[in-house]
Design a protein around this ligand. Sequence first.
Ligand code: ADP
Ligand code: MG
Length: 233
Amino acid sequence: MIQIENINVSYQQTLALDNITLNLEGPSITGIIGPNGAGKSTLIKALIGIIPHSGKILFNKQPIRQQLNRISYVAQKADIDFNFPITVRECISLGLYPKTKFFKRLSKSDWSKVTDALTLLGLNDLAHRQISQLSGGQFQRVLIARCLVQEADIILLDEPFVGIDSVSEDIIMNTLRELRDKGKLILIVHHDLSKVPHYFDQVILLNRKLIASGPTNLVFNEDNLRKTYGNSL
Ligand code: ADP
Ligand code: MG
C-alpha cells in the first residue's frame, strides 16, 4: 500500500530521519514507537507532504503527494486549536469538505454521515456543544469522527491517547478496529509501551533510524526495544 524509500529529513542542524525505507501493507493498525525526539511526528508529516524530504513515498505505486485526499490526519494535541468557535457537529462536518465544495451547503446525506459518526463515537448528547467546552477525551473523539466522515483510505494519528480518559480511549480503539476491518491502513504514533501488543498488528520502531518494522509478535521484543530506547528503557 505505502512504500517509503530512503527518506531523509533535516531541520537546520538536526537530522530527524536518517534514510528510512519501509513498506506498509493494509489493512492494519500500525504503531509508530520510539523515544521523544525520535522523528515519529516528522515521519507522519513527511507522509502528508508538509515537510521537505529527500527520497520517495508512494501510495499504490503513485506519489502519495498527489493523493492527499485519501489521507486523514490528526495532529498531536499541542498543534491543534481548541478554541476555534464551532460546535461538535460542525467540527465533524469539516471532514466532508475535501469532497464537497467549501461554499456549498451540505446535503441531507452528508449530514447523515455526520450523525452516524456522532453515534459511533458516543457524542450524540454533545452534538451542539462548542468544542472549547469538551474534555480532552471528548475532543479526541470528535477528531476521530471527523476522520470517519472523510472516508479516507489512510488514517494518521499523532499521539491520540495522550491525556484522555480510558472510556474515550476504548471507544476510539474500537472505532479504529472497525475501520481496519473495512480495509483501512491506520498509523498511530504511540508511546505507552504496555498497550502495544494489545493495540497494534504491526509496529515501526524508530529512533532517527528505522530499528525494525513488522508484525508486533515478531518485532516488539526486548532486543529491539533496547536498540530503540537505549539504556533509558
Ligand atoms: P517525536 O515526534 O518522535 O517526538 P519529532 O519528529 O517531533 O519527534 O522531532 C524529531 C527531531 O526533530 C527532534 O530532535 C526535534 O527537536 C526536531 N524538530 C522537530 N520539529 C522541528 C522544527 N520545526 N524545527 C527544528 N527542529 C525540529
Ligand atoms: Mg511527536
